[in-house]
Design a protein around this ligand. Structure first.
Ligand SMILES: C[S@@+](CC[C@H](N)C(=O)[O-])C[C@H]1O[C@@H](n2cnc3c(N)ncnc32)[C@H](O)[C@@H]1O
Length: 224
């Protein structure tokens, strides 16, 4: 361990949350509503990631943003809040049921007019977007095996200076151990795919890349 790599204990994580901007009423409602779904609620991003998404969206002055993996809507709210006036967020998901909760959250936040929900395979949705460089910000948080395909479809459509952020790039820490990475601790087949994705991304000269130890790993790639 070095002075720059302090393990995040549960106590330190609680301290971090106490010292990040607080969740508002709708976000707290959405966390509770999603928890009612049971263990699947772990799909929801961490609150501290949400604040970072808002900041990144705002910093890129995003007018066009894309989210791959909307679920019940927490990350979409955070991104939409950072959009420039008149901006829109294209939300990709395959689930009508989970995104029905997102729709309710959007209605409660007053952000519904910024949202463009597209139900279907996310890769088809992105490939159907115009081919020119028009995306300012994207967040990828869906099935893990196609991460490179999502990136490939997004990067050619992203403006220079635009950002693509990827969740779960630690895959529970399994990516550091090549044997565990083959199947993961619980037989999860995704760590190897994420490990390969991480290697390909950092070697891609179109982007500058930083991997942040926040939640299950958040990688940010900025197009040069
Ligand atoms: C981890 S959850 C996203 C969590 C969300 N970002 C949040 O903050 O609550 C992943 C989502 O991706 C969706 N998904 C999985 N595979 C997909 C695919 N091939 N195309 C579109 N959506 C997909 C799932 O339905 C699920 O809602």
């Amino acid at each position: 361990m070095t002075s720059t790599s302090v393990p995040v204990t549960p106590e330190l994580h609680a301290y971090i949350l106490e010292h990040c901007s607080p969740r508002d009423e709708v976000q707290r409602w959405l966390i509770e509503r999603t928890a009612e779904l049971g263990p699947i609620s772990r799909f929801q991003i961490a609150p501290e990631q949400g604040i970072l998404l808002t900041m990144l969206t705002r910093l890129t002055r995003a007018e066009v943003a894309v989210e791959i993996g909307t679920f019940t809507g927490y990350s979409s709210i955070c991104i939409a809040r950072g959009l420039a006036d008149g901006g829109r967020l294209i939300c990709c998901d395959i689930s009508e049921d989970w995104t029905a909760i997102a729709r309710e959250a959007w209605r409660r936040t007053g952000l519904a007019d910024r949202m463009d929900l597209r139900i279907g395979q996310a890769l088809d949705t992105v490939n159907a977007l115009p081919q020119d460089e028009h995306i300012d910000f994207a967040f990828v948080d869906a099935d893990k095996k196609p991460y490179w395909d999502y990136y490939s479809a997004l990067i050619t459509r992203t403006k220079p200076g635009g950002i693509i952020a990827f969740d779960n790039t630690f895959r529970n820490g399994d990516v550091v151990d090549s044997r565990r990475a083959e199947a993961g601790k619980n037989g999860d087949p995704d760590p190897q795919a994420i490990h390969e994705f991480n290697g390909r991304l950092v070697a891609d000269e179109r982007v500058e890349v930083v991997m942040l130890p926040i939640a299950d790993g958040l990688t940010i790639a900025q197009k040069r």
